[in-house]
Design a protein around this ligand. Sequence first.
Ligand SMILES: [Fe+2]
Ligand SMILES: [Fe+2]
Length: 343
Amino acid sequence: RKVLRRLLDRNGYDCMTAADADEARKLLRDKPFAIVLTDMNMPGVSGLDLIMQITAEYPDIATVMITGLDDAKLADAALEMGAYGYIIKPFEPNEVLINVANALRRRSLEIENRNHRVRLEQMVKDRTSELWNAIAQLENAEKELRLSREETIQKLSIAAEFRDDETGRHIERMSRYCGLLAGTMDEDSERVEILRLASQMHDVGKIGIPDQILLKPGPLTPDERVVIERHCDIGYRILVGSKSNLLNVASTVALTHHEKFDGSGYPRGLAGEEIPIEGRIAAIADVFDALTSDRVYKRAMPLGKALDVLREGRGTHFDPDLLDLFLSSFDSVVAIKAQYADR
Ligand SMILES: [Fe+2]
Ligand SMILES: [Fe+2]
């Protein structure tokens, strides 16, 4: 120990010595060290155990094992425990100095490496959280945009139907029935949502129909019927030709929601699958809500009776498969009806 200390002191190292592992650990607790040289054979805790403890507790301290035996196994064990090198007694002074210098060099490289890694990890963390913040902001903006889009559609649709659906509740229920029915057969929630929004505009064409015909109580004359039926084409012309998918779907719904499955509907007299699915869905939702809600000129029909009317129209007015789907989710239909009841 004394030889080593003298050698290292003479070469500019600032050294302390300890008689055994316990004393060494006391020193380590009190002061920062760069390197520990330890003999394999010590009273009490062995040099190997000391190296293991130092590696675990002080990862920034380099360790070098000194052993009297030229034992390859022991050297391996020391290196495995985390020792930076080992010196075999008896040693040449140069051998010790080279070993110590190498160990210190490796130590500073490893520290630098670790710091670099920590900096990188921190940078990745910072960048990631910046990214998340940006995404969150984007999502908020998108949410706001969606809300304002939905509200705009709703208000315009209500404006168009204001004369016979003052509260907009027909639009609300009818479009939710559409969404419900679309959702039973389409797993793409975005498409379902598009149809729900688009169907709110199914009657925008009523904006072009005069009051005395739109609000006429009782049966219409054939001429009046022709005028009322124009609301499909008017709505279509208002909505068509947009770059927006939503408005295109809306134009389809506006044009085809009064077509009937057997071809007896208007304005085109399309039949079966010639009628776009959006129109076939809207027909069921629209008729069901028209039957089961009060209007200025008529009272709501009881639910059971309305269901009879729907079933009577199965395959003639309505797409039979879609009608079955609608009836099979009738609990949800009733829930929507209750939630958006007229005020
Ligand atoms: Fe209509
Ligand atoms: Fe309607």
